[in-house]
Design a protein around this ligand. Structure first.
Ligand code: GTA
Length: 324
């Protein structure tokens, strides 16, 4: 079995004995997980081995504040598999039949990490986002975008303060993989929230553009081609250099609709079935560039399809307008 390349940064941290967290995060006390009151399970996925929880943290006055907690089992790391076989704390036979047998293997704590994501304080919109719901496909024309979607996203969408924090180096500064500081055609490439950077199987990075007025795919014209080409070219080069993953093994795309209306591009491992990489949401950056090169107004002309969850307000707006 070929040894899989470990992220270079990770190796450097381990070799230097450094904590694998950014300095800003280390200064903040950890979230009081043990004090959390579990309100409900929002969603549970056997395939992704993840559970999405709605919890409540009580203040000294007794008032509760909502939180979303995502618990997720992480992929195996090839270089740790041998440790798992040698250092397990218990091996319990579950069943045996002829040449077949299954066991419960209990790993030592250092080999049984659960990736834990916390959104706190969480808004009602966060709770809705992670709640399992039916989805409906919308076919949005340019007129629908102007009359329904745009006013809606201007009136209410998730805060993008976390994006500004990254661009202004107030958060995740030492996680930056690549930066092009040009205010017009530049961007910052950082590991995505969803990637713990321990293995390359689920590699996930995002490029956040320096410009602040581009909300989504719908705003793009040929004017943005230099920016998009920089992201494609420099993003691929930076990932190959840092993680040893070639551009031919990356899925590079934009979401429509995104959750956060500040233009960003997703870079994921081609072999990883990342949340949101399905045809009704992901638009390959290379195709976006070609479309804009053919027709500057491509994304102000064509209808775009996307899925909305059953109780999303935007779906209600489309229903009220008789468009669903
Ligand atoms: N580095 O602070 C951040 C940060 N935040 C707040 C979001 N992102 C961040 N990255 C860094 N620091 O890939 C990342 C997100 C996402 C991207 C925004 O920015 O991880 P988007 O605008 O297109 O929105 O991308 P998207 O993809 O809907 O966002 P998100 O939050 O990833 O939601 C995707 C859906 O996947 C959710 O509805 C959720 O139900 C589902 N999902 C499945 N597994 C997970 C998981 N492990 N974690 C989160 N969501 C998951």
């Amino acid at each position: 079995m070929a040894e899989s390349p470990r992220p270079k940064r990770k190796r450097e941290e381990e070799e230097a004995g450094a904590a694998p967290h950014d300095g800003a995060a280390a200064a903040v006390p950890p979230f009081p997980l043990a004090e959390l009151r579990l309100r409900r399970v929002l969603r549970e996925s056997a395939r992704d081995k993840a559970v999405f929880l709605h919890g409540e943290v009580s203040s000294p006055s007794g008032e509760g504040t909502d939180a979303v907690i995502i618990l997720e089992k992480t992929p195996f790391q090839e270089e740790k598999v041998l440790d798992l076989l040698k250092k397990h704390t218990k091996l319990e036979l579950q069943m045996r039949n002829d040449i077949y047998s299954t066991y419960h293997l209990y790993p030592p704590p250092e080999l049984s990490e659960i990736k834990t994501t916390v959104v706190y304080p969480a808004t009602e919109k966060h709770l809705q986002k992670y709640l399992r719901q039916e989805v409906h496909l919308i076919r949005e024309t340019w007129e629908d975008y102007q009359n329904i979607t745009l006013p809606f996203i201007q009136s209410q969408s998730f805060s993008i303060q976390w994006v500004y924090n990254i661009l202004e180096k107030k958060a995740e500064a030492d996680r930056i993989i690549h930066e092009n500081p040009d205010p017009c055609n530049g961007f910052v490439l950082v590991p995505d929230f969803k990637w713990n950077q321990t293995q390359l199987d689920d590699l996930y990075l995002i490029a956040l553009v320096q410009r602040r007025e581009i909300k989504s795919l719908r705003d793009l014209t040929a004017e943005h081609l230099p920016l998009l080409r920089n992201i494609l070219q420099e993003g691929k080069e930076a990932i190959a250099k840092r993680f040893g993953v070639p551009g031919s093994q990356l899925r590079i795309y934009l979401h429509y609709q995104p959750s956060y209306y500040h233009l960003h591009v997703h870079f994921t491992a081609l072999g990883y079935d990342a949340p949101g990489c399905s045809v009704e949401r992901a638009h390959l950056l290379a195709d976006v560039i070609d479309n804009l090169a053919m027709d500057s107004m491509y994304y102000q002309k064509r209808a775009l399809t996307f899925a909305l969850r059953a109780d999303e307000l935007l779906l209600k707006k489309f229903q009220e307008a008789g468009r669903v």
